[in-house]
Design a protein around this ligand. Sequence first.
Ligand code: HEC
Length: 98
Amino acid sequence: MVRSRTLLIVSFILAAAGGASAADAPRGANSCTGCHAARPGIEDALPSLKGRKASEVTEAMLAFQQDRKPATVMNRIAKGFSDAEIAAIADWFAEQQP
Ligand code: HEC
C-alpha cells in the first residue's frame, strides 16, 4: 500500500517535471536545464533562463562562443551550437513562464 502510493507520487513528480512545454523544446534546450534550473523555486547559483529575453540569451551565447564573456563551462557548451540552434533555444526559453 505504502509502496504504490510512493510510486504514484514519483510518477506525478515526473509528469509535472516533464510539462507540456518541454515537449516542444528545440534540440539541445533540455541540456541547458540540467544546470539552469528548469523550475522556479529551485535554489541555485545559476540564473534560470526561463522568461529571459531571447536577445539576451542569444547575445550571451554568442559572446561565450567568441570568448568575449568570461566563462568556466559556457564557452565550451556554446561552441557546440549553430546560430540557428541558439536562436531556437533562446526563443523557446523566452516563451517559458519563469
Ligand atoms: C554544465 C552546466 C551548464 C549547462 C549544461 C549550461 N550552462 Fe549556461 N551557464 C553555466 C555556468 C556555470 C554559467 C556561468 C558562466 C560560466 O562560468 O561558464 C552559465 C551562464 C549562462 C548564461 C549567462 C547568464 C547570465 O545571466 O549571465 C547563459 C545565457 C547561459 N548560460 C545559457 C545556456 C544555454 C542556452 C544552455 C544550453 C544550450 C546552457 N547555458 C547550458 C552552466 C551551464
